[in-house]
Design a protein around this ligand. Structure first.
Ligand code: 4AZ
Length: 246
């Protein structure tokens, strides 16, 4: 996150770190992407974060990548479901969404605590200009390698027509994505934040409105972050998870 601040304990309890290592090897897992806990056994992330042939695990309830915290829960990924329309071209990433099914027992995977909670699915589009929150361990203005501590920043939802102007992303956007941030630059998501949440308040609950997807580098003028438009995929999420969300 560019222009971010450290997240205090328990403030973003749905944020997870998606970690990978070569299949059945014993090298340490390394952080690759963010993700969002949406049900005890389900994490939402970006399609481009899925590397088949890798062991994947998620760490939830943690803020620091370089130490184990008592608040953490670590769960293995049983199955990754990438959206059937996920597509990457040199200029954009389309339908950039995936679900991770976690390994648990008797339908219980993540256990709810002060530090681990689910985010809600959105039930409607929000107006342009709405202030939302992005977070992750990705690259910062000071480090291409990312941050050891989870960072967050506030961003604004940007009008789709405005973001489709030639000076911004032109014809590269479709309705599976939206822009958020600031056209003047500065505050933005970046590499390593991918798959993580853009949450907004809706009816006083935090809803997972966007998934960090792509952008033309980070924090630059006329190149805001592009996020998967979760409202487009709520039915897909429900059908894949078979869950009945409230
Ligand atoms: C990336 O490379 C990436 N500024 C993620 C987010 C953004 C740009 C690049 C948005 O994963």
């Amino acid at each position: 996150v560019f222009g971010g601040l450290k997240v205090p304990p328990g403030a973003l309890p749905w944020q997870v770190s998606l970690q990978v290592r070569p299949k059945s090897s014993n090298v340490p897992f390394r952080h690759m992407c963010g993700g969002v806990l949406i049900a005890s056994c389900w994490v939402l992330t970006a399609g481009h974060c899925i590397e088949h042939r890798k062991d994947m695990q998620v760490i939830m309830g943690g803020l620091s990548l370089d130490m184990t915290e008592f608040t953490e829960q670590i769960l293995q990924v049983e199955e990754a479901i990438v959206h059937e329309n996920y597509r990457e071209t040199p200029s954009a990433v389309y339908s950039d969404i995936a679900l991770l099914r976690l390994n648990g027992s008797n339908g219980v995977c993540a256990k709810e605590t002060q530090f681990v909670k689910t985010a809600c699915l959105p039930d409607a589009q929000l107006p342009d200009g709405t202030e939302c929150t992005i977070s992750g361990w990705g690259a910062t203005e000071n480090s291409k390698l990312g941050s050891n501590h989870l960072l967050e920043a506030n961003v604004l939802l940007i009008n789709q027509q405005k973001c489709s102007e030639p000076a911004v992303y032109g014809n590269n956007l479709d309705n599976t994505m939206f822009c958020a941030g600031y056209l003047q630059g500065g505050v933005d998501s970046c590499q390593g934040d991918s798959g993580g949440p853009l949450t907004c308040k809706q009816n006083n609950a935090s809803v997972i409105y966007g998934v960090v997807s792509w952008g033309d580098q980070c924090g630059r003028k006329n190149s805001p972050g592009v996020y998967t438009r979760v409202t487009n995929f709520v039915d897909w999420i429900k059908s894949k998870t078979q869950a009945t969300f409230p």
